[in-house]
Design a protein around this ligand. Structure first.
Ligand SMILES: Cc1ncc(C[n+]2csc(CCO)c2C)c(N)n1
Length: 225
């Protein structure tokens, strides 16, 4: 690995298979080339709305666990990105199918949604702020990376790709900045509380989150049929 790699890169380097299964999942490929069945995307997006509600709670927990203004601001930035920006995408796209927020909140939560969100919340409650941000990292940085890769392929922006709004949102500058901020937060927290002994435990958390992300895509593919 390159000299001077940040904590995020070090975690990915120790989680190669789980990371690849997440970012190269067949759901992601089909999103990119526009072949994903519409009902799989709908099922995924409704579940993702429920997911984001719990993820907002996880960011609120990170605000609560902050030990400094910088900690609290970093968590608040993530919380605002969900509540003010990301939820808007979901409300807009689901609105196009005739589903309003009340319908979404009534949807039955899939086991993959429960498993991932509650894992992150539990990790944060049990551990410290670094544990919590490591559990959040595959989600925040992963989506920015997935969308950036997809956007480099001309099929992503093609007029007939129904998923181009999704790809444009996460590959856009605002999300790329949120992901860069999440990486910087990990390094700031690591400088304060990382030890050599702790690293394997952080890798375990990171890998679990990657596996739960892959299961979330899989739920989108198979849960809709
Ligand atoms: C399963 C799943 N994983 C990751 C994201 C992306 N995401 C969740 S919170 C956040 C940061 C602030 O918006 C980002 C980018 C998602 N929507 N659904």
């Amino acid at each position: 690995m390159a000299e001077g790699a940040d904590l995020f890169d070090r975690l990915v380097a120790e989680s190669r298979d789980d990371w690849a299964a997440y970012v190269d999942h067949s759901f992601v490929r089909q999103l990119g080339n526009g072949t994903l069945p519409a009902r799989a995307f709908r099922h995924y997006l409704v579940q993702d709305y429920l997911f984001l509600i719990h993820f907002a709670r996880a960011y609120a927990l990170a605000v609560y666990k902050g030990q400094s203004l910088a900690d609290m601001q970093a968590a608040f930035t993530g919380l605002k990105a969900i509540l003010d920006v990301e939820m808007d995408l979901h409300v807009r796209l689901c609105g196009g199918w005739g589903l309003g927020p009340a319908d979404l909140e009534r949807a039955t939560e899939a086991k993959a949604t429960m498993a991932y969100t509650r894992y992150v919340l539990e990790t944060g409650m049990r551990g410290d702020l670094l544990d919590l941000h490591v559990a959040l990292a595959p989600c925040v940085v992963g989506y920015a990376e997935i969308a950036r890769r997809l956007a480099a392929d001309p099929r992503a922006a093609a007029e007939d790709n129904s998923y181009r709004a999704w790809i444009a949102e996460y590959s856009g500058e605002a999300y790329q900045q949120v992901a860069a901020g999440a990486r910087a937060t990990l390094d700031r927290l690591a400088a304060r509380s990382m030890t050599q002994q702790r690293f394997p435990q952080l890798v375990t958390i990171f890998r679990q989150a990657c596996r739960l992300e892959a299961d979330f895509w899989q739920m989108g593919l198979t849960g809709a049929f």
